[in-house]
Design a protein around this ligand. Structure first.
Ligand code: AMP
Ligand code: ZN
Length: 115
């Protein structure tokens, strides 16, 4: 997928600090954070949506989300977090490459579009 921004990050063509990595996923900071620390779990291989990703990777995907949430709660002194995944354009997916948002939350913070 030559035009895919997350494939370019996965291959190293586009520089982005990988804050966590597993066999099939990595985590990066979101370039346009909705809360302080907002980060993404991204698949190393290109799958458009959750429905295209093999179910054998689901455990590793969620495990990375959990590890990232623990790391961000610690770093940001957060009290909670949102896990969000947008699938297909109609649901707000802008980058058509599997990713999960992890948004650390604090009392009184403002996260556009979220409770
Ligand atoms: P969505 O496809 O709507 O679930 O969200 C895509 C997310 O990727 C947005 O929150 C963007 O800010 C983020 N994003 C887009 N390009 C980059 C990039 N090069 N590095 C980090 N985050 C990015
Ligand atoms: Zn891709």
């Amino acid at each position: 997928m030559e035009e895919c921004v997350f494939c370019k990050i996965a291959s190293g063509e586009l520089k982005s600090e990988k804050i966590l990595e597993s066999d099939n996923f990595f985590a990066i900071k979101d370039i346009n954070p909705k809360t302080k620390g907002h980060s993404l779990v991204v698949s190393k291989r290109h799958y458009q949506t959750l429905l295209d990703m093999p179910s054998s990777l689901l455990g590793e995907f969620l495990e990375m989300g959990k590890k990232l949430a623990i790391k961000l709660i610690d770093e940001e002194k957060a009290e909670g977090f949102n896990l969000i995944m947008n699938n297909y354009e109609v649901a707000g997916q802008i980058v058509p490459h599997v990713h999960m948002h992890v948004l650390p939350r604090k009392k009184g913070d403002v996260a556009p579009g979220l409770p």
